[in-house]
Design a binder for this molecule. Structure first.
Ligand code: BTN
Length: 238
């Protein structure tokens, strides 16, 4: 995938939504990048605040197997690798796929399946939002205690280059879990920590023991152990 294959919008509602228009013509790896989003979507139906200065990108994957946690985990490793190689900024990963710098979130990842009538998704739209710099006026109050930025100011052209590298890295990693699971585990900021597993309004206390070979989180509740394949946890990172 070349940078010339990337579609750039200075502003869009959501790159994940915009990409749906291209699904029938686009190949795996087709990527949309936006300078800002007016209705960025986050996990669990939340919104993703997407001011100018960030990198907002979505790409199409057409996986053989529809393992979401492996796809988003591959994306998390790909983003951390590229950011470290290009800008020498080291980040960790909070299960499932938040990217963390200095104990705060710098990047969120959202995978959405698109079905065409069969049981297996016809495609997966993978969206990635990276806080490159602090937004003008600072982060909004809902996220200011949990969000930070990489401190990397990029032009639109440089964002397109970065997006192309991230897409290419994801394409090479995601079909081969053995190529990224060890690194996913090494970059985990959760293993060995006390956590809460969040299910709706319920929070269950546990201990994050390890991550298995499919990027599931092994949680010890004292009386029993469970492997989480998807979901949400909270953990104190600082
Ligand atoms: C999360 O942390 O909850 C996931 C956030 C995913 C945000 C990205 S930004 C690009 C793409 N377009 C969207 O509307 N969402 C994703």
């Amino acid at each position: 995938m070349n940078r010339s294959d990337i579609l750039y919008y200075p502003e869009v509602d959501s790159t994940n939504k915009a990409l749906r228009e291209y699904l029938h013509v686009a190949q795996e790896g087709f990527t949309i990048v936006a300078g800002r989003q007016t209705a960025g979507r986050g996990r669990m139906g939340r919104s993703f605040i997407s001011p100018a200065g960030g990198l907002y990108m979505s790409l199409i994957l057409k996986p053989e197997k529809d393992s979401f946690s492996l796809i988003t985990s591959a994306a998390a490793v790909a983003v951390t690798q590229v950011i470290e190689e290009k800008y020498a900024v080291k980040c960790g990963i909070k299960w499932v796929n938040d990217i963390i710098k200095d104990g705060k979130k710098v990047c969120g990842i959202l995978a959405e399946a698109v079905f065409d009538g069969s049981e297996k998704p016809a495609a997966v739209i993978l969206g990635i939002g990276i806080n490159l710099v602090a937004p003008e006026g600072g982060f909004e109050k809902e996220i200011k205690d949990i969000a930070t930025h990489l401190g990397i100011c990029l032009t639109a052209d440089e964002k397109i280059d970065l997006a192309a590298e991230i897409t290419n890295r994801i394409l090479s990693l995601y079909p081969r879990p053995e190529s990224f699971v060890n690194e996913y585990r090494e970059k985990s900021v959760v293993i060995g920590k006390e956590i809460f597993v969040i299910r709706g309004s319920e929070k269950t206390y546990g201990f994050a023991k390890d991550i298995d070979d499919e990027c599931g989180l092994i949680v010890d509740y004292g009386s029993k152990t469970e492997v989480l394949r998807t979901g949400e946890i909270s953990v104190r990172l600082k």
